[in-house]
Write a protein that binds this ligand. Sequence first.
Ligand SMILES: [Zn+2]
Ligand SMILES: [Zn+2]
Length: 346
Amino acid sequence: MKALVLHAPGQAKVDDVERPVPGPKDVLVGVRACGVCGSDLAREAGGAHHFPIILGHEFAGEVAEVGEQVEKWKPGDRVVAVPLLPCFACANCERGLFALCADYSFIGSRCDGGMAEFCVVPEGNLFPLPDELIFAQGALFEPATVTLHGVLALPKPGAYRSVVVLGVGAIGAFGIQWAKTLGASKVIAVDIREDSLELALAVGAAVTVNSREENAIERVMGETKGGAELVIETAGVPASQTAAWQLARPRGRVLQVGTAAKPVEFPAEVFECLLRRELTVHGSWMSYSDPFPGREWSMTAETFASGQLIWEPILSHRLPLSEAAGAFSLAHRSCGKVLIETGSVE
Ligand SMILES: [Zn+2]
Ligand SMILES: [Zn+2]
């Protein structure tokens, strides 16, 4: 089969590789669409667990073959991959906190993923793609669930009317939409890129702020009359991580979704926001809850199927697998999602 193989840092190429064989409880998925995640860019740059590896954890496709003990799926079923492979045995898994598993594996980062014609997935790691959705939408399930997981973990997820989203890539674009779906009346998007801010408007932000051109803190304070009830940080850069605390209103909440690639330094007066405003900072990791994979996945399927999630503007590039060698550099430059397509994605 064809696959985009990452041989070494910065060295991805489309190769012919052995088609994987499903074990007794596995499913062989014919991948139709696979997204490039921001986390894949870190792996491609040298952070992969091993080389060579086929990356890709955001994918959807059709069941091609099933292992002899698989009962739940049959060839032709349309499915979305659920990439986390929790151990289901550690103390965190016992509490239903699968994203916090102490001994997990992950499709597309610790084992081969979906940037290929086929990928082997355990039968419990597939989610049905509703008939009315196309594979390209299925490939967006995972990033959509990531932000939803964070929002659903907040006390009273529907109670935040003014919301600021810092950083608008795919995760931020879904953050804007989940905030609105759950009850926000005003979502303000902050980014330094004009194309990100256009994306924010396309998915329903009421106000956009280019923090390179204006003082985002002053603007947000004015727009929200003293700070946002909820700030969702998805950019994962120190300027944004420290701005988050300054944009929240007293007793407000900060949801930290973006990871940190560099040390984050809080000036004393910014750190004081945490105390003087009595803020609550919530960390969020991946997208799973009990029963696995969790309501993040079923809600994403339902909300996509009802047409409430705007997705087309989030896809910035769609490449056939044969041209996927350039997918990572394209994703580096793009604010939206780069999708690798194998065959028809309809
Ligand atoms: Zn991802
Ligand atoms: Zn575990």
